[in-house]
Design a protein around this ligand. Structure first.
Ligand code: FES
Length: 94
């Protein structure tokens, strides 16, 4: 993506609408905009930042913490995920 993508996040019963710059991950965009999104390692190995993509698409830089089946069903590591569509929607398990 060479332009900011719109992201809708569902976390702990709240919904946030933010923008994700082209060089940011979904997690970086959330933290920059003061959203209390869960994370730990920031390197794709722990799955603390996991969320499910319910609309749009993302691409992950690395993904050691999810099985291919989880990725296939839409799960992603937000610390590694970049939107590849103009808008995406993610639901956290918390
Ligand atoms: S914070 Fe550990 S995998 Fe994203």
């Amino acid at each position: 993506m060479d332009q900011a993508a719109k992201i809708k996040l569902h976390i702990s019963g709240k919904t946030y609408e933010i923008e994700c710059d082209p060089d940011e991950t979904v997690l970086e965009a959330a933290l920059r905009q003061d959203i209390d999104a869960p994370y730990s390692c920031m390197s794709g190995t722990c799955n603390a930042c996991q969320a499910k993509v319910v609309a749009g698409k993302v691409e992950m830089e690395t993904c050691e913490a999810l099985t291919p089946e989880e990725v296939e069903s839409g799960e992603c590591l937000t610390c590694q995920a970049h939107p590849t569509t103009n808008s995406i929607e993610l639901r956290y398990p918390i």
